[in-house]
Design a binder for this molecule. Structure first.
Ligand code: GRF
Length: 201
């Protein structure tokens, strides 16, 4: 039976769209069965609706604690029989408890070459630092932020004339290829995690 996965997104959802498109073309050997958002205004939800993918909004404000908030997400994941998760611009840090439940089954995409420029503004931070090359990282999520074993990385050059916008545009292009590719490899069972390293089987 096809494995089922969820995409978590808080905002625009261009990576979600790339994943939807790739899944539609039959490139991902798993079913995109749920979109989870913590933001009822996220454009990602409109994308899910258009693609007829069930979605659920779990708003942190509706819960007394982070634990309760995550419990509700876990409930939705269990209801939809979700085997693995792809975070795509999900602006909440998942607790160690949550991550342990889905150990090596949560993927994330970050817009820099990790371990450089972790955190919320990987693109702006790289540009301000003055690096000549930057990129995109898809990794497994562990208990710390932007730190898990790296699955794939893509690189690109920073141009002298780059602004945050022009660089972001090229970064997103790389993301939209790399993330579906990583999910595809994972869905086909081709990734083997050994400590910090991920090998292609
Ligand atoms: C992407 O740049 C991703 O790397 C980061 O959040 C952004 C989400 O963009 N984690 P979108 O919502 O998929 O367009």
């Amino acid at each position: 039976m096809l494995r089922r996965f969820a995409v978590f997104a808080s905002g625009y959802g261009s990576n979600l769209q790339a994943i939807i498109n790739s899944a539609k073309r039959g490139h991902i050997k798993a079913e995109l069965a749920l979109v989870v958002s913590d933001n009822s205004k996220a454009y990602a939800l409109a994308r899910a609706k258009r693609a007829a993918i069930p979605s659920v909004v779990v708003d942190r404000k509706d819960f007394f604690s982070k634990g309760e908030f995550e419990k509700e997400i876990l409930r939705a994941l269990s209801e939809h029989k979700i085997d693995f998760i792809a975070l795509a611009g999900f602006m909440r840090v998942l607790s160690a408890d949550f991550v342990r439940r889905y150990k090596n089954r949560i993927l994330n995409i970050h817009p820099s070459l990790l371990p450089s420029f972790k955190g919320e503004d990987g693109i702006g931070d790289a540009l301000r630092y003055g690096v000549k090359a930057t990129g995109v990282t898809v990794h497994f999520v562990d208990e710390r932020v932007d730190s898990g074993p790296i699955i794939l990385q893509g690189t690109l050059k920073v141009k002298d004339a780059d602004t945050r916008e022009t660089l972001a545009r090229r970064i997103h292009k790389v993301e939209h290829k790399l993330y579906p590719q990583a999910i595809r490899l994972f869905s086909e069972g081709k990734l083997k995690v050994a400590g910090r390293k991920v090998f292609l089987k």
